[in-house]
Write a protein that binds this ligand. Structure first.
Ligand SMILES: Nc1ncnc2c1ncn2[C@@H]1O[C@H](COP(=O)(O)OP(=O)(O)OP(=O)(O)O)[C@@H](O)[C@H]1O
Length: 513
């Protein structure tokens, strides 16, 4: 097998990037690269565990889940993140903690370096999609940012002129409806996205905006890009895919170059505006511009599709007007990928890989093992198949269960505690004390409502990462001091009242199961 074949087979995972780096020196160094990668991979897994504990689950998910290890060299750890925004945020707010977590793992580490990677999902600028598939794109150099061909869509992807005019975010040709696997957790989101994608100019808009939210790696970007690709196949429609970050930079750049008016007008001429990662929209003037754009498009009967990692009510940094406009359309949550869906995604990844590597196969027991143990997200499933493909190609061996166990061990994570939502707390507490949820949110002060409300606030503080003001807001707009009082009161009571303590424990267990 040629070096180019191996690089092509490896495109994608961060392990692969490391091996690719070695490949540029000499093809003979590959086996050493794998041993090194194994050690680094273990350190990386332990480092992530430390960081997760250090910053807390929610912060970890928001800021670090998409950070990858590039390499460890001398006293410096090189890591990558997908966007400039994440890089500057982590550097400004978390550099010390990241370094400290590395130092507890490897005391010789003195520095950390973060760079913005040309992520796979940003790897294929729209205009490149016309390049014949399977052929290298000259501007991508050593192939570092070329999508893994085994996972590419085989159809020639259409191109939207609007992207060029407005500088839409790059699209990944693999992320289409054809490659999106449906399951219980995403049926509604998929159906709504399809409906939006298939609409024609002038059709009445059924749900606007369509707002899809889900945790990291559960398929939001895949679905949004699928809408964009499908929408672009209709030459009459202008479909624009933008990350919130790109929207932000576009607007700021337009302000600086005094072309803000042209920017706004161009945006308002879009038929379908698709915005990804809305949780990253920052800044008062950008939010206000976003709100105007949203209103203008919706009022003109144009479609808006949005994805974020949380529901509109939890986008705490967003202006209330934007939040309520977002909540006014169809809000759909995509749940975690169940085992059945994970298995189907793995199967579809393998058959896509087989189209380019005919001898590659993954026996059913291995697929079942992966589906059972890699529970976290779709990105890890993709990484697992890429690793098995790389390993079997490099060593010319077939995939076995033993090999899979070894190759993916850092992707197998212990069961994480369930993320508890304030709505769930209110529902469960209301049921337990036989009051209604609206009683809990009301201003009623009768004893049968006051105690359950205090218990619910206490649980919201102990089981979620929400701040006191946010909890107050979610309990009928109360002040943070009321929440603090409730928390202290229940803490004191639980310490001396065994039956209340048991009751609270039971509620906690119900919520976390
Ligand atoms: N239902 C699915 N069918 C096929 N592939 C999926 C599905 N869900 C997730 N994936 C795959 O999992 C990977 C991660 O998905 P994606 O990037 O869409 O996640 P995301 O929800 O946007 O995550 P993030 O919050 O990090 O942006 C991608 O490779 C995607 O193709």
């Amino acid at each position: 097998m040629s070096a180019a074949d191996i690089i092509t087979a490896l495109a994608g995972s961060h392990l692969n990037q490391k091996i690719r780096t070695q490949m540029t020196i000499s093809a003979e160094t590959i086996p050493t690269g794998i041993e090194l990668a194994d050690i680094e991979r273990d350190q990386w897994a332990r480092f992530k565990g430390r960081l997760r504990t250090n910053v807390g689950e929610d912060f970890y998910t928001s800021w670090f889940a998409r950070m990858d290890l590039e390499r460890i060299h001398d006293d410096c750890v090189h890591m990558t993140v997908p966007t400039k925004f994440l890089k500057s945020w982590i550097q400004a707010h978390y550099a010390d903690r990241v370094l400290a977590c590395w130092q507890s793992e490897a005391p010789s580490v003195k520095r950390i370096e973060l760079t913005v990677r040309t992520a796979m999902r940003c790897a294929a600028p729209v205009k490149d999609a016309k390049a014949p598939l399977g052929q290298p794109r000259p501007e991508l150099g050593n192939g570092a940012s070329r999508p893994a061909p085994e996972l590419r869509n085989t159809a020639t992807a259409p191109v939207s002129a609007s992207h060029d005019a407005l500088g839409g975010s790059p699209l990944d040709p693999r992320l289409t409806f054809a490659t999106f696997v449906m399951g219980r957790s995403n049926t509604l989101a998929h159906a709504a996205a399809r409906q939006v994608a298939e609409g024609r100019r002038g059709d009445s808009v059924m749900f606007n905006p369509l707002y899809i939210h889900a945790g990291v790696g559960l398929g939001k970007t895949h679905l949004l890009q699928a809408v964009t690709w499908a929408g672009n196949s209709n030459p009459e429609r202008k479909v624009l895919y933008l990350t919130a970050e790109k929207f932000m930079y576009g607007f700021v750049a337009a302000l600086k170059s005094q072309t803000a008016l042209a920017f706004k007008e161009a945006l308002r001429g879009i038929d379908v505006l698709v915005i990804d990662d809305l949780q990253f929209l920052q800044g008062k003037s950008t939010q206000s511009e976003f709100c105007h754009t949203l209103n203008a498009l919706i009022d003109a009967g144009r479609q808006v599709v949005i994805a974020a990692d949380r529901p509109p009510s939890d986008l705490e940094s967003l202006d209330d007007r934007v939040r309520s406009r977002l909540a006014g359309g169809l809000v759909v949550e995509m749940g975690s990928l169940g085992e059945e869906l994970r298995l189907e995604i793995l199967k579809s990844r393998v058959s896509a890989a087989k189209a380019h590597h005919a001898t590659f196969d993954v026996p059913m027991p291995v697929l079942e093992y992966l589906a059972k143990t890699i529970t976290h997200n779709g990105r890890d499933l993709e990484g697992a198949i890429n690793r098995l493909l790389a390993h079997s190609k490099l060593n010319a061996t077939t995939v076995t269960l033993e090999m899979a166990e070894r190759e993916v061990r850092d992707l197998v994570r212990p069961m994480e505690p369930k993320r508890v939502k304030i709505e769930d707390i209110q529902r469960v507490v209301a049921r337990q004390y036989n009051v209604s949820r609206s009683d809990l949110l009301s201003s009623r002060r009768t004893a049968n409502v006051v105690r359950p409300r205090q218990v619910a606030m206490y649980l919201a503080k102990t089981l979620t990462l929400r701040s006191l003001p946010e909890i107050g807001r979610r309990f009928g707009g109360r002040d943070h001091t009321t929440v603090l009082h409730a928390v202290r009161k229940i803490e004191a009571l639980v310490a001396k009242d065994v039956s209340l303590s048991d009751e609270v424990e039971l509620l906690k267990r119900q919520l976390q199961e």
